[in-house]
Design a protein around this ligand. Structure first.
Ligand code: LLP
Length: 437
Protein backbone atom coordinates (compact mmCIF):
# COMPACT_ATOMS: atom_id res chain seq x y z
CA UNK A 1 0.00 0.00 0.00
CA UNK A 2 1.35 3.44 -0.79
CA UNK A 3 0.96 5.98 1.92
CA UNK A 4 0.69 9.56 0.79
CA UNK A 5 3.41 11.75 2.15
CA UNK A 6 3.37 15.45 2.72
CA UNK A 7 6.83 17.02 2.47
CA UNK A 8 6.96 19.51 5.22
CA UNK A 9 9.59 22.28 4.88
CA UNK A 10 8.53 25.82 5.81
CA UNK A 11 9.48 25.75 9.46
CA UNK A 12 10.26 21.99 9.40
CA UNK A 13 13.61 20.39 8.63
CA UNK A 14 14.53 19.26 5.12
CA UNK A 15 13.91 15.56 5.82
CA UNK A 16 10.68 15.94 7.84
CA UNK A 17 7.72 14.11 6.30
CA UNK A 18 4.13 13.86 7.49
CA UNK A 19 2.49 10.68 6.19
CA UNK A 20 -1.25 10.63 5.80
CA UNK A 21 -1.50 7.62 8.13
CA UNK A 22 -0.29 9.86 10.96
CA UNK A 23 3.34 8.79 10.95
CA UNK A 24 5.77 11.70 11.00
CA UNK A 25 9.42 11.03 10.18
CA UNK A 26 12.73 12.84 10.18
CA UNK A 27 15.44 11.26 8.03
CA UNK A 28 13.05 8.28 7.58
CA UNK A 29 12.97 7.64 11.34
CA UNK A 30 9.44 7.76 12.79
CA UNK A 31 9.26 10.40 15.51
CA UNK A 32 7.12 8.10 17.68
CA UNK A 33 9.93 5.55 17.62
CA UNK A 34 12.23 8.25 19.02
CA UNK A 35 9.63 9.10 21.68
CA UNK A 36 9.38 5.44 22.71
CA UNK A 37 13.15 5.13 22.99
CA UNK A 38 13.98 8.40 24.70
CA UNK A 39 10.78 9.74 26.29
CA UNK A 40 9.39 13.28 26.30
CA UNK A 41 9.99 16.18 26.35
CA UNK A 42 12.77 15.84 23.86
CA UNK A 43 14.62 17.82 21.21
CA UNK A 44 15.32 16.14 17.87
CA UNK A 45 17.98 17.59 15.59
CA UNK A 46 18.21 16.69 11.92
CA UNK A 47 21.89 16.33 11.01
CA UNK A 48 21.07 16.39 7.28
CA UNK A 49 19.31 19.73 7.62
CA UNK A 50 22.26 21.25 9.50
CA UNK A 51 24.69 20.02 6.87
CA UNK A 52 22.49 21.19 3.97
CA UNK A 53 22.25 24.67 5.44
CA UNK A 54 25.97 24.85 6.10
CA UNK A 55 26.57 23.84 2.47
CA UNK A 56 24.01 26.33 1.19
CA UNK A 57 25.93 29.13 2.94
CA UNK A 58 29.24 27.97 1.52
CA UNK A 59 27.74 27.73 -1.97
CA UNK A 60 26.09 31.17 -1.75
CA UNK A 61 29.20 32.86 -0.33
CA UNK A 62 32.13 30.86 -1.74
CA UNK A 63 34.72 33.52 -0.89
CA UNK A 64 33.42 34.37 2.57
CA UNK A 65 34.11 32.73 5.91
CA UNK A 66 30.99 31.21 7.50
CA UNK A 67 31.31 31.16 11.29
CA UNK A 68 28.40 29.35 12.91
CA UNK A 69 27.21 31.16 16.06
CA UNK A 70 27.53 28.47 18.73
CA UNK A 71 25.15 30.25 21.10
CA UNK A 72 22.23 29.11 18.93
CA UNK A 73 22.95 25.46 19.76
CA UNK A 74 26.17 23.67 20.49
CA UNK A 75 26.97 20.14 21.52
CA UNK A 76 29.92 18.00 20.57
CA UNK A 77 28.11 16.32 17.67
CA UNK A 78 27.08 19.70 16.25
CA UNK A 79 30.64 21.02 16.56
CA UNK A 80 32.03 18.06 14.66
CA UNK A 81 29.40 18.24 11.89
CA UNK A 82 30.26 21.89 11.34
CA UNK A 83 33.95 21.22 11.50
CA UNK A 84 33.67 18.61 8.74
CA UNK A 85 31.53 21.02 6.70
CA UNK A 86 34.45 23.45 6.80
CA UNK A 87 32.69 26.15 8.80
CA UNK A 88 34.30 28.40 11.37
CA UNK A 89 32.79 28.85 14.82
CA UNK A 90 31.81 31.96 16.72
CA UNK A 91 31.90 31.31 20.49
CA UNK A 92 31.01 33.69 23.29
CA UNK A 93 31.96 31.81 26.45
CA UNK A 94 34.54 29.50 27.98
CA UNK A 95 31.91 26.75 27.93
CA UNK A 96 31.30 27.00 24.19
CA UNK A 97 35.05 27.05 23.61
CA UNK A 98 35.53 23.95 25.80
CA UNK A 99 32.81 21.95 24.01
CA UNK A 100 34.21 22.89 20.58
CA UNK A 101 37.80 22.11 21.54
CA UNK A 102 36.80 18.80 23.18
CA UNK A 103 36.08 17.41 19.71
CA UNK A 104 39.14 19.05 18.17
CA UNK A 105 37.38 21.95 16.44
CA UNK A 106 40.37 23.78 14.89
CA UNK A 107 41.24 26.73 17.13
CA UNK A 108 42.34 28.78 14.15
CA UNK A 109 38.73 28.71 12.89
CA UNK A 110 37.28 29.93 16.20
CA UNK A 111 36.25 33.55 16.77
CA UNK A 112 35.71 34.54 20.43
CA UNK A 113 33.44 37.48 21.13
CA UNK A 114 31.50 38.96 24.06
CA UNK A 115 30.99 42.36 25.63
CA UNK A 116 32.50 41.39 28.98
CA UNK A 117 34.88 38.47 28.57
CA UNK A 118 36.15 37.42 31.97
CA UNK A 119 39.88 37.22 32.70
CA UNK A 120 39.56 33.42 32.58
CA UNK A 121 37.87 33.55 29.17
CA UNK A 122 40.56 35.81 27.73
CA UNK A 123 43.25 33.57 29.20
CA UNK A 124 41.68 30.41 27.72
CA UNK A 125 41.12 32.04 24.34
CA UNK A 126 44.79 33.06 24.12
CA UNK A 127 46.07 29.79 25.55
CA UNK A 128 43.98 27.75 23.10
CA UNK A 129 45.19 30.06 20.32
CA UNK A 130 41.76 30.91 18.94
CA UNK A 131 41.95 32.42 15.48
CA UNK A 132 40.47 35.80 16.42
CA UNK A 133 39.18 37.61 19.47
CA UNK A 134 36.59 40.34 18.98
CA UNK A 135 37.54 43.33 21.13
CA UNK A 136 34.41 44.89 22.61
CA UNK A 137 35.79 47.46 25.05
CA UNK A 138 38.87 49.61 25.50
CA UNK A 139 39.42 48.00 28.93
CA UNK A 140 40.05 44.61 27.45
CA UNK A 141 42.81 45.70 25.05
CA UNK A 142 45.68 45.98 27.53
CA UNK A 143 44.32 43.02 29.50
CA UNK A 144 44.38 40.89 26.40
CA UNK A 145 47.78 42.12 25.24
CA UNK A 146 49.26 41.27 28.65
CA UNK A 147 48.10 37.66 28.28
CA UNK A 148 49.82 37.04 24.94
CA UNK A 149 53.22 35.38 25.45
CA UNK A 150 56.35 36.87 23.90
CA UNK A 151 56.86 35.74 20.33
CA UNK A 152 53.10 35.26 19.81
CA UNK A 153 50.60 37.62 18.17
CA UNK A 154 46.86 37.42 18.77
CA UNK A 155 44.66 38.36 15.85
CA UNK A 156 41.77 40.62 16.82
CA UNK A 157 38.70 42.21 15.28
CA UNK A 158 37.13 45.34 16.79
CA UNK A 159 33.37 45.39 17.28
CA UNK A 160 31.92 48.63 16.02
CA UNK A 161 28.39 49.95 16.50
CA UNK A 162 27.03 50.36 12.97
CA UNK A 163 24.12 52.44 14.30
CA UNK A 164 21.59 50.42 12.33
CA UNK A 165 18.60 49.04 14.19
CA UNK A 166 17.17 45.73 13.00
CA UNK A 167 15.78 42.58 14.54
CA UNK A 168 12.62 40.92 15.77
CA UNK A 169 12.37 42.41 19.26
CA UNK A 170 14.14 45.09 21.28
CA UNK A 171 15.88 42.40 23.35
CA UNK A 172 17.81 41.16 20.32
CA UNK A 173 18.64 44.47 18.57
CA UNK A 174 22.33 45.11 18.97
CA UNK A 175 23.22 47.49 16.15
CA UNK A 176 22.17 50.80 17.66
CA UNK A 177 23.96 53.25 19.96
CA UNK A 178 21.84 52.61 23.04
CA UNK A 179 22.83 49.08 23.98
CA UNK A 180 25.85 47.44 25.55
CA UNK A 181 27.67 45.91 22.55
CA UNK A 182 30.44 47.37 20.45
CA UNK A 183 32.36 50.62 20.34
CA UNK A 184 30.79 53.81 19.13
CA UNK A 185 32.18 55.62 16.12
CA UNK A 186 30.20 58.71 17.15
CA UNK A 187 31.87 59.01 20.58
CA UNK A 188 35.34 58.26 19.20
CA UNK A 189 35.49 55.03 21.21
CA UNK A 190 35.92 52.86 18.12
CA UNK A 191 38.71 55.06 16.74
CA UNK A 192 40.46 55.04 20.10
CA UNK A 193 40.28 51.23 20.26
CA UNK A 194 41.78 50.96 16.76
CA UNK A 195 44.73 53.20 17.72
CA UNK A 196 45.32 51.30 20.96
CA UNK A 197 45.25 47.87 19.31
CA UNK A 198 47.61 49.04 16.57
CA UNK A 199 50.05 50.20 19.27
CA UNK A 200 50.13 46.76 20.92
CA UNK A 201 52.92 44.68 19.35
CA UNK A 202 51.37 41.41 20.54
CA UNK A 203 48.00 42.15 18.96
CA UNK A 204 47.33 42.08 15.23
CA UNK A 205 44.28 43.99 14.08
CA UNK A 206 42.77 42.05 11.15
CA UNK A 207 39.37 43.67 10.76
CA UNK A 208 36.15 45.18 12.03
CA UNK A 209 33.05 43.41 13.32
CA UNK A 210 29.41 44.33 13.79
CA UNK A 211 26.16 42.52 14.55
CA UNK A 212 22.82 44.18 13.89
CA UNK A 213 20.40 41.98 15.79
CA UNK A 214 18.50 38.76 15.34
CA UNK A 215 15.70 37.30 13.25
CA UNK A 216 16.16 39.89 10.48
CA UNK A 217 14.31 38.87 7.32
CA UNK A 218 15.21 41.75 4.99
CA UNK A 219 18.53 42.13 3.14
CA UNK A 220 18.43 45.91 3.20
CA UNK A 221 19.78 46.53 6.76
CA UNK A 222 22.71 44.21 6.03
CA UNK A 223 23.47 46.08 2.82
CA UNK A 224 23.44 49.36 4.71
CA UNK A 225 25.68 47.91 7.42
CA UNK A 226 28.08 46.55 4.80
CA UNK A 227 28.48 49.99 3.25
CA UNK A 228 28.86 51.71 6.61
CA UNK A 229 31.46 49.20 7.76
CA UNK A 230 33.49 49.57 4.55
CA UNK A 231 33.48 53.30 5.24
CA UNK A 232 34.86 52.61 8.73
CA UNK A 233 37.55 50.38 7.20
CA UNK A 234 38.40 53.25 4.87
CA UNK A 235 38.62 55.53 7.92
CA UNK A 236 41.21 53.21 9.50
CA UNK A 237 43.12 53.16 6.25
CA UNK A 238 43.13 56.92 5.98
CA UNK A 239 44.14 57.52 9.60
CA UNK A 240 46.67 54.72 10.06
CA UNK A 241 47.59 53.60 6.54
CA UNK A 242 46.39 50.04 7.31
CA UNK A 243 43.99 48.24 4.97
CA UNK A 244 42.30 45.68 7.24
CA UNK A 245 41.68 42.40 5.41
CA UNK A 246 38.49 41.18 7.15
CA UNK A 247 34.95 42.45 7.60
CA UNK A 248 32.67 40.50 9.95
CA UNK A 249 29.00 41.37 9.54
CA UNK A 250 27.78 39.13 12.39
CA UNK A 251 24.63 37.02 12.16
CA UNK A 252 20.95 37.65 12.63
CA UNK A 253 19.59 35.87 9.56
CA UNK A 254 15.88 35.28 10.07
CA UNK A 255 14.03 31.99 9.58
CA UNK A 256 10.37 30.94 9.23
CA UNK A 257 8.80 29.70 12.47
CA UNK A 258 5.39 29.17 10.95
CA UNK A 259 4.16 28.44 7.42
CA UNK A 260 3.96 31.67 5.51
CA UNK A 261 6.53 33.49 7.68
CA UNK A 262 9.19 35.30 5.72
CA UNK A 263 12.83 34.43 6.16
CA UNK A 264 16.09 35.96 5.00
CA UNK A 265 16.85 34.83 1.45
CA UNK A 266 20.49 33.71 1.73
CA UNK A 267 21.19 33.91 -2.01
CA UNK A 268 19.84 37.45 -2.21
CA UNK A 269 21.78 38.35 0.93
CA UNK A 270 24.97 36.95 -0.62
CA UNK A 271 24.55 38.77 -3.92
CA UNK A 272 23.52 42.13 -2.55
CA UNK A 273 25.90 42.29 0.40
CA UNK A 274 28.91 41.11 -1.62
CA UNK A 275 28.04 43.70 -4.25
CA UNK A 276 27.62 46.46 -1.64
CA UNK A 277 31.05 45.68 -0.13
CA UNK A 278 32.77 45.55 -3.52
CA UNK A 279 31.10 48.67 -4.81
CA UNK A 280 31.78 50.75 -1.72
CA UNK A 281 35.39 49.53 -1.48
CA UNK A 282 35.96 50.38 -5.16
CA UNK A 283 34.44 53.83 -4.62
CA UNK A 284 36.84 54.48 -1.74
CA UNK A 285 39.83 52.90 -3.50
CA UNK A 286 40.08 50.32 -0.72
CA UNK A 287 41.12 46.67 -1.21
CA UNK A 288 38.00 44.47 -0.90
CA UNK A 289 37.96 42.85 2.57
CA UNK A 290 37.08 39.18 3.05
CA UNK A 291 33.58 38.86 4.40
CA UNK A 292 32.76 36.86 7.54
CA UNK A 293 29.16 36.02 8.46
CA UNK A 294 28.00 34.44 11.72
CA UNK A 295 24.63 32.75 11.22
CA UNK A 296 23.33 30.72 14.16
CA UNK A 297 19.56 30.40 13.89
CA UNK A 298 19.62 30.03 10.09
CA UNK A 299 21.78 26.90 10.41
CA UNK A 300 20.33 25.24 13.53
CA UNK A 301 16.77 26.61 13.74
CA UNK A 302 14.71 24.50 11.38
CA UNK A 303 16.86 21.42 12.04
CA UNK A 304 15.28 21.12 15.48
CA UNK A 305 11.90 19.98 16.64
CA UNK A 306 10.58 19.56 20.19
CA UNK A 307 8.32 16.65 21.08
CA UNK A 308 5.98 16.84 24.06
CA UNK A 309 3.35 14.57 25.51
CA UNK A 310 -0.04 16.05 26.33
CA UNK A 311 -0.80 15.82 30.06
CA UNK A 312 -4.20 17.48 30.24
CA UNK A 313 -6.79 19.32 28.17
CA UNK A 314 -8.77 21.96 30.01
CA UNK A 315 -11.63 24.00 28.61
CA UNK A 316 -11.55 27.52 30.00
CA UNK A 317 -14.05 30.25 29.36
CA UNK A 318 -12.02 31.84 26.61
CA UNK A 319 -9.44 29.24 25.64
CA UNK A 320 -8.90 25.50 25.61
CA UNK A 321 -5.57 24.76 27.26
CA UNK A 322 -3.56 21.81 26.06
CA UNK A 323 -0.91 21.31 28.74
CA UNK A 324 2.26 19.39 27.88
CA UNK A 325 5.16 17.93 29.86
CA UNK A 326 7.62 20.74 29.02
CA UNK A 327 7.32 24.49 28.74
CA UNK A 328 9.24 27.66 29.47
CA UNK A 329 12.21 25.73 30.86
CA UNK A 330 12.88 24.20 27.43
CA UNK A 331 11.44 27.12 25.43
CA UNK A 332 11.50 30.54 27.10
CA UNK A 333 11.14 32.37 23.76
CA UNK A 334 7.37 33.04 23.78
CA UNK A 335 7.68 34.54 27.27
CA UNK A 336 10.80 36.55 26.39
CA UNK A 337 10.07 37.72 22.86
CA UNK A 338 6.43 36.86 22.16
CA UNK A 339 7.61 34.26 19.62
CA UNK A 340 5.00 32.17 17.80
CA UNK A 341 5.25 28.52 16.74
CA UNK A 342 3.58 25.85 14.66
CA UNK A 343 2.40 22.76 16.55
CA UNK A 344 1.30 19.45 15.00
CA UNK A 345 -0.22 16.31 16.41
CA UNK A 346 1.94 13.31 15.54
CA UNK A 347 1.61 9.56 16.04
CA UNK A 348 -2.03 9.19 15.01
CA UNK A 349 -4.52 10.58 12.57
CA UNK A 350 -7.64 12.42 13.57
CA UNK A 351 -10.82 12.74 11.60
CA UNK A 352 -12.00 15.64 13.70
CA UNK A 353 -11.51 19.12 12.36
CA UNK A 354 -9.04 21.51 13.92
CA UNK A 355 -9.96 23.99 16.61
CA UNK A 356 -7.93 26.77 18.19
CA UNK A 357 -6.20 25.81 21.41
CA UNK A 358 -3.44 27.28 23.53
CA UNK A 359 -0.54 24.95 24.19
CA UNK A 360 0.88 25.61 27.64
CA UNK A 361 3.69 24.14 29.71
CA UNK A 362 3.69 22.54 33.16
CA UNK A 363 5.53 25.29 35.01
CA UNK A 364 4.12 27.35 37.84
CA UNK A 365 3.65 30.54 35.88
CA UNK A 366 0.72 31.86 33.86
CA UNK A 367 3.17 33.12 31.21
CA UNK A 368 4.35 29.56 30.59
CA UNK A 369 2.82 29.38 27.12
CA UNK A 370 4.29 27.55 24.14
CA UNK A 371 1.80 28.48 21.43
CA UNK A 372 -1.26 30.64 21.79
CA UNK A 373 -4.31 30.05 19.59
CA UNK A 374 -2.97 27.35 17.32
CA UNK A 375 -5.06 24.82 15.40
CA UNK A 376 -4.99 21.22 16.69
CA UNK A 377 -7.50 18.39 16.13
CA UNK A 378 -10.60 18.81 18.29
CA UNK A 379 -10.12 15.35 19.85
CA UNK A 380 -6.63 16.10 21.20
CA UNK A 381 -6.33 14.29 24.52
CA UNK A 382 -3.88 13.32 27.26
CA UNK A 383 -1.27 10.87 25.98
CA UNK A 384 -1.08 12.45 22.51
CA UNK A 385 2.29 13.63 21.28
CA UNK A 386 2.78 17.02 19.65
CA UNK A 387 5.71 18.40 17.70
CA UNK A 388 6.76 22.05 17.77
CA UNK A 389 8.67 23.21 14.68
CA UNK A 390 11.86 25.26 14.36
CA UNK A 391 13.20 24.75 17.86
CA UNK A 392 16.81 23.96 16.92
CA UNK A 393 18.22 27.40 17.80
CA UNK A 394 18.03 29.12 21.20
CA UNK A 395 15.99 26.38 22.82
CA UNK A 396 18.37 23.78 24.22
CA UNK A 397 20.96 26.53 24.62
CA UNK A 398 18.54 28.68 26.63
CA UNK A 399 16.95 25.83 28.59
CA UNK A 400 16.86 26.13 32.37
CA UNK A 401 16.00 23.91 35.29
CA UNK A 402 13.19 26.23 36.44
CA UNK A 403 10.98 24.52 39.02
CA UNK A 404 13.88 22.05 39.26
CA UNK A 405 12.85 20.45 36.01
CA UNK A 406 15.39 18.24 34.26
CA UNK A 407 16.52 19.58 30.89
CA UNK A 408 15.45 17.41 27.90
CA UNK A 409 17.86 15.31 25.89
CA UNK A 410 18.92 15.99 22.31
CA UNK A 411 18.52 13.15 19.84
CA UNK A 412 20.23 13.48 16.48
CA UNK A 413 18.87 11.86 13.34
CA UNK A 414 21.37 11.11 10.59
CA UNK A 415 22.16 8.25 8.20
CA UNK A 416 18.72 6.76 8.83
CA UNK A 417 19.29 6.40 12.58
CA UNK A 418 18.41 8.25 15.76
CA UNK A 419 21.08 8.55 18.41
CA UNK A 420 21.36 10.32 21.72
CA UNK A 421 23.85 13.21 21.58
CA UNK A 422 22.97 15.01 24.84
CA UNK A 423 21.38 12.91 27.57
CA UNK A 424 18.41 13.95 29.66
CA UNK A 425 19.32 15.71 32.88
CA UNK A 426 18.57 13.49 35.89
CA UNK A 427 17.28 14.19 39.39
CA UNK A 428 20.70 13.05 40.50
CA UNK A 429 22.32 15.82 38.42
CA UNK A 430 20.12 18.31 40.26
CA UNK A 431 20.82 17.00 43.74
CA UNK A 432 24.53 16.51 43.07
CA UNK A 433 25.11 20.22 42.42
CA UNK A 434 23.31 21.15 45.60
CA UNK A 435 26.08 20.47 48.09
CA UNK A 436 23.64 20.76 50.90
CA UNK A 437 23.30 21.20 54.54
N1 LLP B 1 27.04 36.97 16.08
C1 LLP B 1 26.89 37.68 17.21
C2 LLP B 1 27.92 38.61 17.62
C3 LLP B 1 25.72 37.54 17.98
O1 LLP B 1 25.56 38.24 19.10
C4 LLP B 1 24.70 36.62 17.56
C5 LLP B 1 23.48 36.45 18.34
C6 LLP B 1 24.93 35.89 16.38
C7 LLP B 1 26.10 36.10 15.66
C8 LLP B 1 23.94 34.90 15.84
O2 LLP B 1 22.69 35.45 15.58
P1 LLP B 1 21.61 34.59 14.78
O3 LLP B 1 22.12 34.41 13.39
O4 LLP B 1 21.45 33.28 15.46
O5 LLP B 1 20.38 35.40 14.89
N2 LLP B 1 18.05 34.41 22.26
C9 LLP B 1 17.58 35.13 21.10
C10 LLP B 1 18.69 35.41 20.12
C11 LLP B 1 19.85 36.17 20.72
C12 LLP B 1 20.96 36.32 19.72
C13 LLP B 1 22.18 36.87 20.34
N3 LLP B 1 23.28 37.03 19.44
C14 LLP B 1 16.45 34.34 20.45
O6 LLP B 1 16.08 33.29 20.97
O7 LLP B 1 15.88 34.77 19.44
Amino acid sequence: MTVMTETAHGPWSATTRFRHDGIATIGNVPLMEIVHRFGTPLYVIDETDVRLRARAYRAALPNAEIAYAAKAFLCRAMASWLSTEGLSLDVCSAGELAVARSVGFPAARIIFHGNAKTPLELHLAVEQRVGRIVVDSVDEIHRLAALVPAGQRQKVLIRVIPDIEAGESAAVRTGGENQKFGLSVATGGAGDAVSRVLRQPRLELVGLHCHLGSQITEVEPFERAARAMVEHLAGVWKTHGVALPQLDLGGGHGIAYRPGDSRLNIEAFADRVTHAVEERAAGLGLPVPRLIVEPGRAIAGTAGVTLYRVISVKKGLGHTYVAVDGGMSDNPRPALYGSRYQVRLIGRTSHEGDREVTVVGHHCEAGDVIAEDVPLPADIHPGDVVAVAATGAYHHSMASTYNLTCRPPVVAVGQGKARLVVRRESMEDLTRRDVGL
